[in-house]
Design a protein around this ligand. Structure first.
Ligand code: GDP
Length: 323
């Protein structure tokens, strides 16, 4: 890496599990130079608690607290609260582990006391010992609504309660037109010392689009002198996890890296595809994008760090080609 990237700041746009894997790799190489702007379109109020699933996934992942098997919540979890809730006949379709419960209770308490989601997230990140800056995309509510053949479903009803079974017709981000960017997201987007903006391998439709739908984000990405690089969440036409490919089929979109590149449209300078999809590098370049192939399946910590290094080397080359 050049001196520029060794010092430059990184802004990552991130959803939950897939995005958090790369965010962890970036955190290991950049630490406090990393800002992760996280989707809050999945947030919802449940049992009187403010739940922010993607923020929690990123916080837990970077703090080393995430459950590696389940993909959400905390490791070494117990479920006494859920069992007791079930005995009372309350809604139990959304699982809340005993340890996990603490973050929802504390966040809800502080939000009710008038603090912003940004401030609460910043403090929790510091308490968990994080040096990277984890920031919600907005402090205003944006709520993802999935328009399906079974009606309009709030995100968690689609994703968790209905287990993504309904057929998706379109997706809305309620509140996105008026929601302001969080101060830290906005500042990161216009930071003159940015070495790269990374669109993590999250679900483009459910996890990244809420960030891109906020007013000023696409313009900010297009204007930024830092290269904007996406990592494709698809490997050989398959999602590693979750409904990305199912949704693409329902929206009649080919499940490949070209579709991902087209989806992000004018905001991208470069895209990284998996080595299994090396054949798409030529067609992507023909679209006018810089593209390269790398090992994007992140099983181990060293896979995550390796991919983060690839992204930053790519950014380095793109920065060098501009000068
Ligand atoms: P969610 O909000 O928890 O569903 O998580 P995200 O939206 O962040 O992630 C879902 C996407 O991450 C899916 O499209 C997966 O294919 C992608 N993903 C998960 N793990 C990996 C990985 O190791 N490599 C790549 N390239 N994509 C991944």
């Amino acid at each position: 890496m050049t001196d520029q990237n060794a010092k430059g700041r990184i802004l990552a746009l991130c959803g939950g599990v897939g995005g958090a894997k790369l965010a962890l790799g970036l955190d290991k190489i950049a630490g406090e130079r990393l800002t992760v702007a996280v989707n809050t379109g999945d947030d919802f109020s449940h049992l009187g608690l403010h739940i922010a699933p993607d923020l929690d996934t990123v916080l837990y992942t970077l703090a080393g607290l995430a459950d590696p098997e389940r993909g959400w919540g905390r490791a070494d979890e117990s479920w006494n609260f859920m069992a007791a809730l079930n005995e009372l006949g309350a809604d139990d379709w959304f699982q809340l582990g005993d340890k996990d419960l603490a973050i929802h209770v504390e966040r809800t308490r502080r939000l009710a006391g008038g603090e912003t989601l940004s401030a609460v997230t910043r403090d929790i990140g510091a308490r968990l010992g994080l040096s990277a800056h984890i920031v919600p995309m907005s402090d205003d509510p944006v709520r993802t609504q999935v328009i399906t053949d079974e009606g309009n479903l709030p995100f968690q009803h689609y994703f968790v309660r209905a287990q993504c079974r309904p057929r998706v017709k379109s997706i809305d981000f309620e509140g996105a037109e008026t929601a302001a960017l969080s101060e830290e997201f906005s500042a990161a987007l216009t930071d003159p010392n940015l070495a790269a903006i990374v669109i993590c391998p999250s679900n483009p439709y459910l996890s990244v689009d809420p960030l891109l739908s906020l007013s000023g984000v696409k313009e900010g990405l297009a204007r930024s002198p830092a290269p904007v690089i996406a990592v494709s969440p698809l490997i050989h036409g398959q999602a590693v996890k979750g409904p990305t490919v199912k949704i693409m089929a329902e929206l009649e979109i080919e499940p490949d890296a070209l579709s991902i590149a087209r989806h992000y449209g004018g905001v991208l300078d470069g895209i990284i595809v998996d080595v299994e999809d090396e054949g798409s590098v030529g067609p992507l370049r023909a679209m006018g994008l810089e593209a390269r192939a790398a090992a994007t399946y992140m099983k181990s910590l060293s896979d995550r760090i390796g991919l983060a290094r690839c992204v930053m080397e790519f950014a380095d080359d793109l920065n060098a080609s501009k000068t």
